[in-house]
Design a protein around this ligand. Structure first.
Ligand SMILES: [Cu+2]
Length: 303
C-alpha cells in the first residue's frame, strides 16, 4: 500500500529584516491536520547558509519540534524561531523569501520525510491577519514569458469564523493587475476562465484555489518568475482588510518528474479548449496545462 506523507499546514510565515551576512529570525504557525504526531526537523532557503530551530536568535538549538494533531502552534508564542544564518542578501520590509520546511513522521516503523515549500514575508512585526482566516498551501506558477506575461497563484483559504467573508481583489509588486478568476463552462462546452468581482468565503469552510479551478490571476508580470523565488501578494477583503503573504514559485511538473509527491496538475487542456481572445488564451493555457515551451524544456534529455 502506498502511503502519502502527512502534509502540515504552514501559514503566517514572516521574518525580521536583516543585512547580508547577518542572521534573522523567521516565525510561522504550523498545524498538523493528521491523526499522528509530526515533527519539524529543519529547513533551508537559497538566501541563507543554514536554517535552524532555536530558542531565540542566539538560543539553544532544537533537533525537532513535535506537532500534536490538530493543535495549531505559533512558534513565537512558545519562544521559538527558525534562525536563518549567513544571509546572502539584505532582507528589507516587504521582501519575500522562499523557505523549505522539513518534517518527519513515524509510519509503520519507518520515518517519512516531507518537504513543504513555503515563503516568508519580511516585516518588522507579525503581519496582522483577520483572526478567523487561515491561508495555507499558497504558491504561484513559474512565468517564463518575460515582462507582461501572465501568471497564476493558488492557495487554500479557511474561514474559521462564523460570518461569511469575501475576497474582492489583490495587488502585488510582481504584476500590474491581480484578479480573482473562476473556470466556467462557456459556449460550445469549452472551459473558459472569467474574472469574479468577489469570491465568497463561507463560514466554517475552506475554499480551494487550484490549477483548473479558482485562481488568482497575475496579469502583466514585471519579470519572469523562477523556482527559488517568492513574491509578496496582498489579498483584499470586502471590508477593506488587506492580507499580505509571501508566495513561493513552484514547478509542479518538475516536482512530478523528480518523483516528489506533489499536488495534482489539474486537468489536461490545449489551447483549443480555451477562450480565443489573445490575452485570455495565453492565461488559459498557463492555467490549465503547461505552456508548450515549458514542456519542451523539461523533455530535453540530460535535464
Ligand atoms: Cu485566469
Amino acid at each position: 500500500m502506498e502511503m502519502d506523507a502527512p502534509m502540515p499546514h504552514v501559514y503566517n510565515v514572516w521574518a525580521m529584516p536583516a543585512a547580508e551576512g547577518e542572521a534573522t529570525t523567521l516565525y510561522l504557525t504550523l498545524h498538523n491536520p493528521t491523526e499522528t504526531p509530526l515533527d519539524l526537523v529543519g529547513g533551508r532557503t537559497p538566501f541563507a547558509e543554514s536554517v535552524t530551530l532555536r530558542v531565540g536568535l542566539q538560543g539553544e538549538t532544537l533537533e525537532r519540534l513535535t506537532l500534536d494533531p490538530d493543535q495549531p502552534l505559533d512558534l513565537s508564542e512558545v519562544g521559538l524561531a527558525l534562525v536563518l544564518e549567513g544571509l546572502s542578501t539584505d532582507l528589507a520590509s516587504g521582501d519575500a523569501i522562499p523557505v523549505t520546511l522539513i518534517f518527519a513522521s513515524a509510519e509503520m516503523g519507518a520515518t517519512l520525510e516531507t518537504e513543504v515549500l513555503s515563503a516568508a514575508l519580511v516585516a518588522e512585526e507579525a503581519p496582522t491577519l483577520p483572526e478567523d482566516l487561515v491561508i495555507y498551501d499558497f504558491w504561484t506558477r513559474p512565468v517564463i514569458g518575460g515582462e507582461g506575461a501572465i501568471g497564476a497563484a493558488y492557495m487554500r483559504i479557511a474561514n474559521q469564523g462564523e460570518t461569511v467573508l469575501s475576497l474582492v481583489g489583490g495587488a502585488t509588486e510582481a504584476a500590474a493587475v491581480v484578479e480573482i478568476h473562476e473556470m466556467a463552462m462557456g459556449e460550445g462546452d469549452v472551459m473558459m476562465m472569467r474574472p469574479m468581482p468577489a469570491l465568497e468565503l463561507p463560514a466554517g469552510e475552506t475554499v480551494v484555489l487550484e490549477p483548473g479551478g479558482l485562481h488568482v490571476m497575475l496579469i502583466g508580470v514585471s519579470e519572469d518568475l523562477a523556482v527559488g523565488q517568492a513574491i509578496p501578494l496582498t489579498l483584499v477583503l470586502e471590508d477593506g482588510t488587506e492580507v499580505t503573504l509571501a508566495v513561493p514559485v513552484r514547478d509542479l511538473l518538475m516536482e512530478g518528474m523528480s518523483g516528489h509527491s506533489g499536488m495534482d496538475m489539474g486537468p489536461e487542456a490545449s489551447a483549443e479548449d480555451c477562450e480565443t481572445e489573445a490575452e485570455a488564451l495565453e492565461a488559459c493555457v498557463i492555467d490549465l496545462g503547461m505552456a508548450e515551451d515549458e514542456m519542451e524544456a523539461t523533455a530535453e534529455p540530460g535535464n
